[in-house]
Design a protein around this ligand. Sequence first.
Ligand code: FPP
Length: 236
Amino acid sequence: MLKHVAIIMDGNGRWAKARHLPRVAGHKKGAESAKAAIESCIKHKIQYLTLYAFSSENWGRPEDEVKDLMNLLRFYLDSELKNLHKNNVRLRFVGDTAKLEKDIQDKITAAEKLTENNTALTACIALSYGSRQEITNAIKAVAKAINDGTLKINELDEDTLSNYLYTKNIPDPDLLIRTGGDQRLSNFLLWQSAYTELYFTECFWPEFTEAEFTKAVEAFHSRERRFGQTSVKEAI
Ligand code: FPP
């Protein structure tokens, strides 16, 4: 079953460059694709969507580009919130959000609060997100809990550790899409993607339409997921 799709939205810059446009034009068009992906998930009755909007490594981009991305984020948090809420979308933000500017942190908290009981789709936006940092922080918190005596070392299992991650209570992704032609995970959901189906496409993110989304969903359904077990066909 396809319950959770995660997306690495890559290729905004190259899409813009090919059109002799500034990179920010690619990010703007990319934000529209993100809106379309939310709509596609609702249509396909997919319950969770996680979008890699800004990685912990993205802080190292030129100051102007970081500013442009943050301004886009502000714009969409203001302009889309009502509509998302009306469409019964729950918003969640994962990552080191304490690094974001205070006004953005406030908007995020308000958006999560407003939409917390919505049920059509959980749209999870990864901001200032890095998987290794997430796992490191989880291990620190586990060590502290063991030290404080609130967790016994023998009680620590995979589910317990998962509860210390930013993605607590979000099921692991079934399908991870990366646009833009590169075939790597770039520090995205490393723990959570242990058995995730990976789908890579040359399509740049600003051109990732509903038809492209449907292609990825169809590819997912054509695969047999064995989770390390024997194929059902081979077993009989
Ligand atoms: C990768 O393309 C994309 C990003 C770093 C940001 C993704 C952002 C959006 C889709 C806009 C919505 C997000 C926010 C924060 C409002 P790239 O710039 O790495 O493309 P390139 O590899 O072609 O240079």
